[in-house]
Design a protein around this ligand. Sequence first.
Ligand code: DX5
Ligand code: ZN
Length: 227
Amino acid sequence: MTRPLVIAPSMLAADFARLGEEISAVDRAGADWIHLDVMDGHFVPNISFGPDVIRAMRKHTKKFFDVHLMIAPVDPYLAAFADAGADLISVHAEAGPHLHRTLQAIRALGKQAGVVINPGTHESVIEPVLGMVDLVLLMTVNPGFGGQAFIDDVVEKTRRVRRMIGDRPIRLEIDGGITPETAPLVAAAGADTLVAGSAVFKAGNEEGYARNIAAIRAAAEDARAAA
Ligand code: DX5
Ligand code: ZN
């Protein structure tokens, strides 16, 4: 099944001193979703923002909030992120031993659920939970920082996970190093949802964000059409 392509700019690359303006700008510039990277300095070696900052951003856009939790433990914080305005909450398979319970808890909060795996994790770990997720997210960088180089090995993994998903109503998202050059590789392999941080925000203004989002979208759409 081919789902409409979604481009999700990551606010991690925005100007944190002007988050309200930045989120309104990417909204107007053509973002389909907003990707929100939550880091705890424990599961990943960096600290970003938490539920209160997401709640503050929520007032500035109606776009779908795609919340990527890079935290451990995760269960004690799920309700706070749901309450702050998340539409979908993704959790790492590597973040704890009780992935199934965590995904159940996200669904019980009335939110869409996503499972994420790092570049070094085999996709077999997500197979048992495919019946309870709305999205699979494959990292194409090691999580923790924006602006890292795309790891090519994940292109083949994307192809394999696309086959695993089959006809299930699950989006396949890619996060890390997405540019107009790398987007076609994963789009051709079956990804339908692309996160982009630095490749969008490097422009520094709304016109540039629109240009950058359009360039990623056009490159990915061409690759999907040709695949
Ligand atoms: C990395 C984050 C990504 C990151 C992407 O840990 O999950 O969402 O912000 O940034 P770029 O697009 O710059 O690689
Ligand atoms: Zn992310």
